[in-house]
Design a protein around this ligand. Structure first.
Ligand code: IPE
Ligand code: IPE
Ligand code: MG
Length: 249
């Protein structure tokens, strides 16, 4: 789906790789889990700040399909933290009109976590202030293969003809099919890579990288990302003059 942002200086959809929790804790001679707990506080503040700024969709990378490769203790801590944070914050987020959905392969999660995810999703499903998508056990490559499998099954059972496969049909089977593509991508923590996040959907997204570690990502930094976005000219292959001309019409 194409971007919903038609020249508006506030991005309709922001996605964030919330990186740097471990290093933040290590710098303080604390266990990495301390950084993850602090990170949850930043997450709450980011949801609130961007919702107030008028952002309609926020997609947060909470756990990648590659994060299972971490030490088992850290993975367990993260799973517990997801469960407790969801339990603790769902009602408040619901009161604020936030719709929460999870993207990614949830089959690998414990039954308890899956149940909590389902109840959070159904409680908040009619909310309209902000769509909050949490990417957990998510990988962009998984997303594409998953879409391909659904399309292949439709081809096999005759529901679909191969000549009808085009970009929009393919995108209709991706995780964020009903959501405009991200306008702004933010990655904290200093790394300048995508780490298998929304690789298809990021085709024309504005990228913003900062060295600030996620627990230190204050509302001032959030505003700096919005300000930087407002300065960008999105050309989609056109010339700068064409874009200026279109804005004057
Ligand atoms: C991001 O912070 C949180 C998750 C991946 C769950 P990290 O844990 O990757 O922190 P660093 O990159 O090691 O500092
Ligand atoms: C990406 O961060 C995933 C999340 C923030 C959830 P990582 O810290 O796992 O990324 P890499 O492995 O350093 O690229
Ligand atoms: Mg990291």
């Amino acid at each position: 789906m194409v971007s919903a942002d038609t020249g508006n200086s506030i991005p309709a959809h922001i996605c964030i790789i919330m990186d740097g929790n471990g290093r933040w804790a290590t710098k303080r001679l604390m266990p990495r889990s301390y950084g993850h707990k602090k990170g949850v506080e930043t997450t709450r503040s980011a949801v609130e700040y961007f919702a107030k700024a008028g952002v309609k969709h926020l997609t947060l990378f909470a756990f990648s399909s590659e994060n299972w490769n971490r030490p088992v203790d850290e993975v367990n801590t993260l799973m517990e933290l997801f469960l407790t944070s969801l339990k603790k914050n769902t009602d408040e987020l619901n009161d604020k009109g936030i719709r929460i959905r999870f993207i990614g392969d949830r089959s690998a999660f414990s039954q308890k976590l899956r149940d909590q995810i389902s109840s959070t999703e159904s409680l908040t499903q009619n909310n309209q202030t902000l769509n909050l998508n949490i990417a957990a056990n998510y990988g962009g490559q998984w997303d594409i293969i998953n879409a391909l499998q659904i399309i292949t099954a439709k081809l096999e059972n005759g529901e679909l003809d191969s000549e009808n496969i085009d970009q929009s049909l393919f995108e209709s089977q991706l995780s964020l099919a009903d959501t405009p593509e991200p306008d702004l991508f933010i990655r904290t923590g200093g790394e300048q890579r995508i780490s298998n996040f929304l690789i298809w959907q990021l085709a024309y997204t504005e990228l913003f990288f900062t060295d600030v570690l996620w627990p230190d990502f204050t509302t001032r930094e959030m505003q700096a990302a919005l300000d930087e976005y407002a300065r960008r000219q999105r050309r989609y292959g056109k010339t700068g003059d064409q874009i200026v001309g279109e804005m004057q019409c």
